[in-house]
Write a protein that binds this ligand. Sequence first.
Ligand SMILES: [Zn+2]
Length: 360
Amino acid sequence: MPERSATPIIASDHHLAHDGLIELAGGQPVRCYDSPERATVIRDALLAIGDYSLEAPSEHGPDPIAAVHDLELIDLVEHAWTDAVADGHDPRYPLLPDTFLLREYARRMPLDQLPTGRHDRLGAYCFDTATPIVAGTTAAARAAVDIALTAVDRVLAGEPLVYGLCRPPGHHAGRNLIGGYCFYNNAAIVAQSLVARGAQRVAVLDVDFHHGNGTQQIFWERGDVMYVSLHGDPRGSYPYYSGYATERGAEAGEGATLNLPLPAGTDGDAYLGALDEALDAIRAFGADAPLVLSLGFDTYHADPICNLALQTDDYARIGSRIASLGISVVALQEGGYAVEALGANAVAFLGALREGLSDR
Ligand SMILES: [Zn+2]
């Protein structure tokens, strides 16, 4: 068998300065589950294997972000922290919204009358108390986008698999919303960039525990980008208001969204059954571009904030199954908070995916 070349890991250290310190979980201040260690342990575990090569992202500028997000949302992500500090915010503490622009107010509130300080209108663009902003957040969010775009560049240049070690993650970020540790939607930006480069049909597969409400929203009315997600049942799991099986897209996108909510305690065998349904839908869609994979390891049985029951071996089975699609893969890191197991789970998943793709 010919020796396989190293699979690129695209990563940067910009995320290290994005450490939100605390989030509010059910009113309780807790150490942010999205810690910098998450990305560090995955990187180190993969590099220890020898099958991967670490590469820095190249800068892609703001245009690909603006192709997916509203300019006012980008303006908020870029300036909320500096506005807050200029207004007296103590930089030792992260920035979280004090109030949220809920439906009843949003109907009556002319958006051009929002407060001028971006930190004061954070609650018009943020949907939870789990997404703290600190001094390093903007640079980290931009670097994550560059990581994702560099990964897709490398796949289009011929790599069967490239892993973008994005942090912050992206799939909860909508066109005009941040939340769920996400600021810019890395996977959606990659999918849109594939369309911009001529793809007619792009498939996004989301195997993070949580529903990618942002990705779904961005492509909700689009028939050229399919969004398929396996996730914890939103009746009992974050983000609660999105990810029901009845949500299937609208207008030109009707039928191009597929949600497969899973009950608490779902194990590897049941997960693979749902994954087969997802992969059949992607095959039927007929993607003519690399698969965009939102990759989370928070489906792991010991994840501290989720409730599925996958084991490390299951990630190898999932990787092999995804490889059976027979198309190249841009794998972008989303969630996964059992830090002690992230390295082994990434090694298992990417190893099997890499092997399956190189055998085709
Ligand atoms: Zn997640």
